[in-house]
Structure formats: structure tokens, C-alpha cells
Design a protein around this ligand. Structure first.
Ligand code: SF4
Ligand code: SF4
Length: 140
């Protein structure tokens, strides 16, 4: 009899578990809220793959020397491809405060053709923009 009651109890707990499931927060929202103050957003597997590519930058500066945007713009508004790849891809939470205008990139890809490691700078800019928007949405 006790065994039957225990099994019924277990079965009832299982039924309740599945009934409540659609209404439960699986913790994802709480996880995001925990990092809200630091303006951190989750990184997908694809994001991590891109970060790995950006981390192949040697910081040699060859891309900056080949960047036409840096011939005319101050570094405060456009810091140049090497700084974007080495710094801003890892600090997208600070993007808006940095006051950088990514539209100032002319899209010529000179930076990539001179890069010894073929770091995808254009994709780095797109990554920064996407993550910065995601951060803004997450902290709004
Ligand atoms: S040329 Fe390539 S390796 Fe050198 S600083 Fe630019 S992105 Fe980095
Ligand atoms: S693609 Fe943008 S960052 Fe790269 S060299 Fe051209 S203007 Fe500079």
C-alpha cells in the first residue's frame, strides 16, 4: 500500500511538473537580468567563432596605415580598424559611450588585404554594431 501511494505521489508530481512547465521562466530572463548592470549580453556559438577570428589580430597596425578613413578623420570618431578589432569587439557594452561612428568606414577592405592574418575587419564592424544594438535593447 505504501509503495502504491509513493508511486501515485510521484506520478502526481510528474503531472504537475508538465502542467506548470509552459508558465515557468526557465531562468534565462533571470540570467540576463543578473548581467544587465554590466551591459553584458550572451554570446552565441557563432559569436564566439567570430571572436576567435578577431583575436588573431597581431596589432601590427598595417591596416591602420592602409585605411583611407584614418587619413581624414580624428581617432575619436573613427579609431581605425586595429582598435576596432582588438578593443571594441570585446567591449561592445561600451560602444555607445565611446561615440564611435561605424558608418565612417568606407567599406574598401584595404585593411583586410594588407592584414598578415586576414582578420575580417568588415565582419568585426558588423559584429560590434549587432552586439551594441543587442546590448542597448537588453539594458533599455
Ligand atoms: S593588419 Fe591585421 S593583424 Fe595587423 S593590426 Fe590590422 S587586423 Fe590586426
Ligand atoms: S574597410 Fe573600413 S576600416 Fe577597412 S580600410 Fe576601408 S575604411 Fe578602413
Amino acid at each position: 500500500m505504501r509503495s502504491l501511494l509513493a508511486k501515485l505521489n510521484l506520478a502526481w508530481a510528474l503531472v504537475l511538473h508538465f502542467l506548470k512547465r509552459p508558465f515557468q521562466d526557465n531562468g534565462y530572463r533571470a540570467f540576463l537580468d543578473h548581467y544587465r548592470a554590466d551591459r553584458l549580453v550572451p554570446l552565441s556559438h557563432v559569436d564566439k567563432t567570430w571572436l576567435l577570428r578577431f583575436s588573431q589580430c597581431l596589432n601590427c597596425g598595417l591596416c591602420d596605415a592602409a585605411c583611407p578613413a584614418l587619413d581624414t578623420l580624428p581617432r575619436e570618431s573613427f579609431p581605425g580598424p586595429s582598435a576596432l578589432v582588438t578593443t571594441l569587439t570585446r567591449a561592445t557594452g561600451d560602444f555607445w559611450a565611446a561615440g564611435v561612428d561605424l558608418s565612417l568606414c568606407e567599406g574598401c577592405r584595404n585593411c583586410e588585404s594588407v592584414c598578415p592574418n586576414r582578420v575580417p575587419v568588415k565582419e568585426a564592424l558588423e559584429f560590434i554594431e549587432a552586439k551594441a544594438l543587442e546590448t542597448a535593447r537588453g539594458t533599455a
